[in-house]
Design a protein around this ligand. Structure first.
Ligand code: ZN
Ligand code: ZN
Length: 245
């Protein structure tokens, strides 16, 4: 509390800086009476309650643990500032690669459908001169691997009376679980610093990469949980929960 004529610019700068990183920050300038002070404290208390509710598990009432392994970037930070993790279609230097792509489908009853992988099924090369399986049209092989006589033989073959990969693809397509959709590429980059945060999730920037490593295609986001917890896939600790484009 202070006289109205006081200079609050330093305090105000602190608030602005905190807000630039998405933190909750408010500046109250009470005049010298109890009423205005009480108003400010009420506002502060309700915003604290909102944060506390977000951090409580609705079923158990237990406090959820916030992840501390994430770094937030300042609002409006351009793409070239900060660091990106690349996932190359063929694994790249550290063998982080895009395993498969799913798309959310309203048409199929609000669920994920698998997108046909147009990379070579053997070496994951993105080859424009690839050879397509003429039967299922959902299996591809690059010129190099085709030349080595792998061909499409084991794709069409049946083992122990099981469906062949080809038959499996055909029935997946028929049931609407597999769909062909043109993607800019099978390499992506995810920015290490997240740029936004909701009550449940933190949001990262995602871009497709072309063959020269340049950004291509639509600007996307990836969402991850804000809380420490087990991922529903194979129990990994870090996993992209969903992406939208
Ligand atoms: Zn290949
Ligand atoms: Zn096939």
């Amino acid at each position: 509390m202070a006289e109205l004529s006081e200079d609050f610019s330093v305090l105000n700068d602190m608030i602005t800086e905190a807000q630039q990183y998405g933190a909750q920050a408010t500046f109250g300038k009470p005049s010298l009476d109890a009423d205005s002070l009480s108003n400010i404290i009420t506002t502060l208390a309700s915003s604290l309650t909102a944060s506390k509710t977000e951090m409580t598990n609705m079923k158990t009432g237990a406090a959820k643990m916030l992840r501390m392994d994430v770094e937030r970037e300042k609002i409006n930070t351009p793409d070239h500032i900060g660091s990106w993790k690349e996932f190359q279609s063929d694994g790249g230097d550290d063998n982080s690669y895009v395993r498969r792509v799913w798309s959310w489908s309203w048409r199929e009853g609000n669920r994920f459908v698998k997108i046909v992988d147009t990379r070579c099924a053997y070496c994951y090369t993105e080859d424009t001169n690839r050879i397509e399986c003429p039967t299922c049209k959902a299996h591809f092989i690059c010129g190099g691997c085709y030349g080595q006589d792998i061909g499409l033989k084991d794709h069409k073959a049946r083992y122990n009376n099981r469906q062949s990969h080809c038959q499996n693809n055909l029935s997946q397509i028929r049931m609407g679980h597999l769909r062909l959709k043109e993607l800019p590429s099978f390499s992506i980059a995810v920015k290490d610093q997240h740029f936004n945060e909701g009550a449940e999730r933190i949001v990262f920037k995602v871009r497709y990469l072309d063959q020269n490593g340049n950004y291509t295609g639509p600007i996307m986001v990836a969402k991850e949980s804000r809380f420490v917890g087990k991922c529903k896939c194979m129990g990994c600790s870090k996993h992209i929960v969903s992406s939208r484009f």
